[in-house]
Design a protein. Sequence first.
Length: 311
Amino acid sequence: MRLISGRVLAGLFILPALLFLATRCTSYEEEKKKWPDTYDRGTIHISADESFKPVIDAQTLVYDSNYPDTKIIVHYKPEAECLKDFAVDSIRMIIATRGYTANEDRFLYDSMKVEHSQLVVANDAIAVIVNPNSPDSLFTMLELKQILTGKFKRKLIPVFDGVKATSTVRFIVDSVLHSDSLSPNTVAARTSQGVIDYVAKTPDAIGFIGVSWVGNKEDSTQMNFLRKVKMASLESTDRPGGYVLPYQANIYMKRYPMVRDLVYILKENHKGLGTGFADFLRGNIGQLIFKRAYLVPTQINFTMRQARLNE
């Protein structure tokens, strides 16, 4: 009987293992080719809060430029309509100011059998805008509540991007009005740009919009908006009697009193284009885009430095 050396015996065990791994790798690559999309190819639909349109347009533009074989189609809607898209199979991602609730989580798990995740990727703020000829551009939160309920010393007209179902209205009702109701004089514009246009032509109007529409000093479109309206300052949360604008530093330090989250909710059963875009939003490039848009990125270190003015 011939003895088999240890080296040969080891080879007899290793070879099948290598063949098995090679087969697994090949089958994974073959399986991946069957996916409808991956991070670098395919088309998906996402649903996004209309108040975030400028910054989400910038994000998708850069992503599609980096991956020319992809197309991210964004449907901009009021937030409540976006959240209804939990139940829509064709919508892969939702971008809103809040994540899913416990009931929505159970619905996704029990009814749709879909993997889902959520993450706050930036902080945003609600900007208050007034007509350039308005005598009032400094407000306390109490004065804002009086304006919104029709009890202010001047009869100002609150203007929103819709009276129902928008994230801006929900924030105002939950965080400013509490148990009170909006004034019957409140006006509903169709979009955030509609709010800007209405305030620009109405001296007694006061508008409420996402800061990404008017906060970027390097965006020519937003600078044109700010020639038509002006941003009002609100009383600082940390310095009574002091007033601040919704600038990046004030959002970061929470000195500005109307700060909210920008959240993505991803529902995807394979590592497709939705996963790729989610990774992009929380990665370095996506976070820098939020920073460049003068929002506050939450997934990278954001440091504040004291600026030294030239004397």
